[in-house]
Design a protein around this ligand. Structure first.
Ligand code: CTP
Ligand code: MG
Length: 384
């Protein structure tokens, strides 16, 4: 199916009187954006979008639709609004339409595509859920009778139709239909039932908004849990004459020192770079140019604290970090706990999130010959 021949009509010209709250419901905020922004986004890329709005809402709608949807003025009833949109598409080459309530922001893209697919075999197709609750008749707060629920469905949108058929059906309909399936049936069209989605609710009552906010907050949390960033860092410093080295912020007595512009804390540099790497923000050299004399002999703590500040500013927290120091000497084991504590303090996390370990390189290579020390680090960031 060629999606260029598909139009998605989103009807949003109602006044939302049942929902209260001042603004028509489809223009109210949901998680910081109008309900309609969610609806249009959910249906993006499925076909050309036609947004039907009340003439009073044109200015807002222009702002929202900018380049994504074509605006059409709605009518007094939902059916009038749909018909205006269908008429605007006459002669446009559109062969299939989905007609969707703007007040259903949780519509799934997969559902919309299933409806379109069903139009291969049917003139119309629409989502619905079988009624599972018992049905009563009531009056004055009392049950006055019951009704069988067999064969009853709760209708949803988007409702899909072959275009010429639904346009003709709307032109022929006397008005007053609750939805487009009713219009289609009146014209004798065959409409398939596609399994709807429990979450595809139509915001109708004030309480629906609180529920919708909760759902979006939950979805945000899930999304955040999946937003994991990893970074790696690697650094080498050569030995020079001296009596101690500084590793992970801890002064370790040794018969040599490490050569470097700052305090040459090779392990802390690797970790700092791992964090910058996870943020895709370059490396230490970019934030603290070695050409700048103010960093000469600087405690590397400044660099790591800066990286920690950056990760917080970007909305992340450090899930864990792992540092490996590669050297024959000095022995790291006796100092590992102090190093872990020092890094955790600078990073502002509990020590259990930081690991410091070491390995020799079996006397091989530059570390094996004790020409210098290498360090590797990994950092994992998660959305705060
Ligand atoms: N709709 C429309 N034009 C109308 C009436 C309704 O485009 N003249 C749209 C609504 O904006 C909504 C959808 O049709 O997206 C379903 O209608 P409903 O949920 O009944 O919305 P409202 O009529 O706006 O709300 P209420 O009945 O509570 O006033
Ligand atoms: Mg209504």
């Amino acid at each position: 199916m060629d999606l260029r021949q598909v139009a998605v009509i989103v009807v949003a010209a109602g006044r939302g009187t049942r929902a209260g709250g001042g603004l028509p419901k489809q223009w109210r905020d949901l998680a910081g954006r109008p309900v309609l922004a969610h609806t249009l986004q959910a249906l993006q890329g499925i076909g050309r979008q036609i947004l039907v709005v009340h003439p009073d809402d044109m200015a807002r709608a222009l702002d929202l639709a900018q380049g994504t949807a074509v605006l059409v003025a709605g009518g007094d009833t939902r059916a009038d609004s749909v018909r205006n949109a269908l008429e605007s598409l006459d002669g446009s080459g559109v062969t299939r339409v989905l007609i969707h309530d703007g007040a259903r922001p949780f519509v799934g893209r997969a559902l919309a595509l299933r409806i379109l697919g069903a139009l291969d075999a049917h003139q119309g197709a629409a989502p619905a859920l079988a009624v599972t609750d018992a049905l009563w008749l009531g009056e004055g707060g009392r049950v006055t009778g019951t009704r069988p629920r067999d064969g009853l469905y709760r209708a949803q949108t988007p409702q899909g139709f072959r275009f010429p058929e639904i346009l003709a059906a709307h032109r022929a309909h006397p008005g007053g239909a609750a939805d487009d399936v009713e219009v289609a049936l009146a014209a004798g069209l065959d409409v398939a039932i596609v399994e709807g989605e429990e979450g595809n609710i139509k915001l109708t009552w004030p309480g629906d908004f609180a529920q919708a906010e909760d759902r979006l907050a939950e979805a945000r949390l899930k999304g955040a849990a999946m937003d994991v960033r990893l970074g790696n860092g690697y650094d080498v410093h050569a030995f020079t004459a001296g009596d101690h080295v500084t590793l992970c912020g801890v002064r370790v007595p040794h018969d040599r020192a490490l050569l470097g512009h700052s305090d040459a804390d090779v392990a802390m540099h690797a970790l700092t770079d791992a964090i910058y790497g996870a943020l895709a923000e370059g490396d230490i050299g970019r934030h603290f140019p070695p050409s700048d004399p103010q960093w000469k002999g600087a405690a590397s703590e400044i660099f790591l604290a800066h990286a920690a500040e950056r990760l917080r500013a970007r909305g992340y927290r450090l899930a864990n970090a792992d540092v490996t120091i590669v050297c024959e000497r000095p022995k790291i084991g006796p100092h590992a706990a102090a190093m872990q504590a020092a890094l955790a303090r600078i990073l502002g996390v509990e020590p259990g999130r930081v690991s410091v370990k070491a390995t020799t390189s079996e006397r091989l290579g530059f570390t094996g010959r004790e020409e210098g020390i290498a360090a590797l680090a990994t950092a994992a960031l998660v959305a705060a």
